[in-house]
Design a protein. Structure first.
Length: 370
């Protein structure tokens, strides 16, 4: 998958911008506040129905305007088709998404169409943030690896909500509870198996990618399923019941799953420098892209905000080479495009977009401004 053309209207400081993108490397450069991150944000909004910067749509609609409109033509190498995708959000909060002439109201359809990987300054959260960020990371892979994943994930969410509300408000009849627990265990085990299978495939892939980027001795990933590895969930639930009742929620289960990233037993975020953390997270995301390609032949689209930040020249080059080898579409931002000099293979199609005040710089040949 790649975005062939992108049109952004009344989004952040962009009044109207139309870009013809390279299926490979696209570099957006320019001064602080020019609108580079906003372009990545627009693509994220198109592919997820939400921004990565804010949950408040009023903040991304251009000031003094009633609505923003985004439009992309998405090309698929696999099916050799070009799909029009449009999104409109107005100040009243209405969201309209149309794909190939059809209204879309399930965001998972978009996520399936456009597997997007985002690397930005929040990326560090994957190492130092709460387990929910790492669960999202695992679940991105599970979702794209198997259609059954989403079914299991939704079932766990639904049954857990019910169990928690019984714990919190209901008089918990033992018979009723056993029925719900059996249901919970069934879906939880299914979800765990999808996650485990995905992580079993991802971990060796990650280790190879990381070794090509940086040498960090003793760094290892371990998937934690959310309850004791050696004990069945029904037994653990039974044992924790009194505490669950007093807390009003279920303490163990796949809602507690995590990815433990450690160096000789110590949480990696407590040891690694910022640049090293960025490389580890980049390796995780590159590994996901590689695995998706290997298993389904599909390409990710990488949105990488300020790639050069925190990386020295050598590591910047190594990361660019790895991304280049993936042969997928990259949208990168930086202050100065020279940061990417000599980073790409000679035959890689690199398109540069200097951005000034929400527009393409005047003397630039790519895309068009209206
Ligand atoms: N709703 C809005 N309407 C108009 N302008 C906005 C709106 N929201 C943000 N802006 C402005 O749009 C610009 C968007 O900046 P953006 O974050 O895309 O810049 P950038 O090129 O990534 O800069 P940096 O190099 O500092 O990361 C900023 O100048 C900001 O003040
Ligand atoms: Mg920015």
């Amino acid at each position: 998958m790649a975005i062939q053309s992108l049109s952004v209207s009344d989004f952040r400081n962009i009044s109207h911008l139309k870009l013809e993108l390279s299926p490979r490397v696209n570099i957006f450069s320019g001064a602080n506040g020019a609108g580079k991150t906003s372009i990545l944000e627009a693509i994220h909004l198109l592919s997820h129905g939400r921004s990565f910067r804010t949950g408040k749509y009023k903040h991304y609609i251009r000031q003094q305007q009633d609505q923003c409109t985004l439009f992309a033509e998405v090309s698929s190498l696999l099916t050799q088709t070009l799909l029009p995708l449009g999104l409109q959000r107005n100040l009243e909060g209405e969201l309209k998404i149309r794909l190939n002439g059809q209204n879309i109201d399930t965001i998972s359809v978009l996520a399936e169409l456009l597997p997007v990987q985002l690397l930005n300054s929040d990326t560090f959260l994957l190492l130092e943030g709460s387990p929910s960020v790492r669960r999202q990371f695992i679940d991105w892979g599970g979702f794209h690896a198997d259609a059954g994943f989403l079914v299991a994930w939704k079932a766990v969410k639904r049954v857990l909500k019910q169990r928690n509300s019984l714990l919190k408000y209901g008089k918990l009849d033992p018979l009723v509870r056993r029925v719900w627990d059996a249901e919970f265990v069934r879906h939880a085990e299914a979800l765990d198996q999808y996650r485990q299978r995905y992580m079993d495939a991802l971990i060796p892939c990650f280790e190879t990618v990381l070794a090509g980027l940086i040498d960090i001795e003793g760094l290892g990933l371990q998937y934690y399923r959310g309850w004791d590895r050696k004990r069945p969930l029904d037994e653990v639930l039974e044992q924790g019941l009194e505490r669950d009742k007093s807390l009003g929620f279920t303490q163990v289960g796949p809602q507690r799953a995590d990815l433990r990233i450690r160096i000789n037993g110590v949480v990696a975020a407590e040891i690694l420098s910022r640049g090293q953390q960025k490389l580890v997270v980049s390796a995780l995301k590159v590994a996901q892209g590689q695995l998706l390609k290997q298993t389904s032949g599909r390409d990710c689209i990488y949105l990488i905000d300020d790639l050069p930040a925190e990386l020295d020249r050598n590591h910047r080059h190594k990361l660019c080479s790895l991304l280049d080898e993936l042969q997928c579409q990259l949208l990168l931002t930086c202050v100065d495009a020279r940061a990417f000099d000599n980073c790409w293979n000679e035959i890689t199609k690199v398109q540069e977009f200097p951005i000034e005040e929400g527009s393409l710089a005047k003397d630039h040949g790519n895309g068009s401004q209206e």
